[in-house]
Design a protein. Structure first.
Length: 163
């Protein structure tokens, strides 16, 4: 009998800036499907266990400390917003460990997080990035109608992967 893989779903973005917070909305939608609604007030509460093998994590941005968490999983799904620079409204891309230099000192990519996990702990999960098109990044807790629809599609896509 094959052991069930542990999966972590990591969302990042600013839920106070409209569509930039789409990852939070997707995580909340997934949690709701597991019968565990997430409170907006606890958005940075660390790991949330949906089941023995599926966990959620949210923060405003990826941080180096997440590398230790990643080492404990076989699969990771990163969720973030993107702008018109990416043609697809929802883009799913595989991620490999690779240190990526950033012009911003506060910006860490998913590939860099995997690289840290590989370097520090000798392992990293098979990973994808689910990138969802944002249209309105103004100060708001709400998603634009277009991004709200895309978030629902992303939830469905991720739920299919989990099943």
């Amino acid at each position: 009998m094959r052991k069930k893989e542990k999966i972590i779903i990591l969302g990042f973005g600013n839920p106070d800036r409209g569509d930039d917070g789409v990852a939070w909305h997707v995580l909340a939608g997934i949690a709701k499907r597991f019968g565990q609604p997430l409170a907006y007030e606890g958005i940075e509460s660390g790991l949330v266990n949906l089941s023995k093998d599926i966990h959620l994590w949210f923060n405003l941005q990826l941080i180096p400390e997440v590398a230790e968490e990643l080492a404990a999983y076989q699969q990771a799904i990163f969720i973030d917003a993107h702008t018109a620079e990416i043609k697809e409204e929802i883009k799913i891309s595989p991620i490999e460990p690779e240190f990526q230099n950033s012009p911003f000192t506060h910006h860490l990519t998913a590939a860099s997080c995997l690289s840290l996990s590989k370097t520090l702990y000798g392992k990293y999960p098979k990973s994808i990035l689910v990138s969802i098109r944002g249209y309105d990044f103004s100060f708001s807790h709400d998603l634009s109608q277009k991004t709200k629809g895309l978030a629902e599609k992303a939830i469905e896509m991720i739920m299919k992967r989990l099943n």
